[in-house]
Ligand binder design. Sequence first.
Ligand code: S3P
Length: 168
Amino acid sequence: MKNIVLCGFMGSGKSTVGKRLAALTNRDFVDMDCYIQDKANMSIPDIFSKYGEPHFRNLEQEAVAELSECKNLVIATGGGALLSDKNISLLKAGGIIVFLDITLETALKRLENSTERPLIDKGNKTEQIKKLYTARLDLYKAAADITVDANPDPNTVAFEIARALNLI
Ligand code: S3P
């Protein structure tokens, strides 16, 4: 069976929902950011500060290519994974793309105390979130096979995805 690929903005709950969804559907769960960190033996903030964002995007593309070869997984991607057309086609070839849709208000609330996200940890956090959210929203919508309202709690969202995909 194809992978279920969770995409969406930082704070949309990809990892938390992904774990619940994997348990619910008897699949293995892979968090792509953890996969990248394990392979590089370095944290995401360290990869960004030592080598810069382009290097992180290369590692991310490598991870996308490798995980897209697998089957039956629930994959939580990083919020920027769909910025590359190549990633979108690889992920689509190996899976169903589910967009976890949250409002800007939810994103701002959930990311308020975030410290491990280099793209919003510099400068004015609120402004950075607004800028990235606005720039990316249409991209997520366009790439998605299905979209779910991810503002509710993770359990509700996991059940909604499983139902939408006829898995429960
Ligand atoms: C990023 C999101 C992060 C992580 C990296 C870049 C992004 O993942 O991949 O900091 O570009 O939106 P989360 O969406 O899990 O926070």
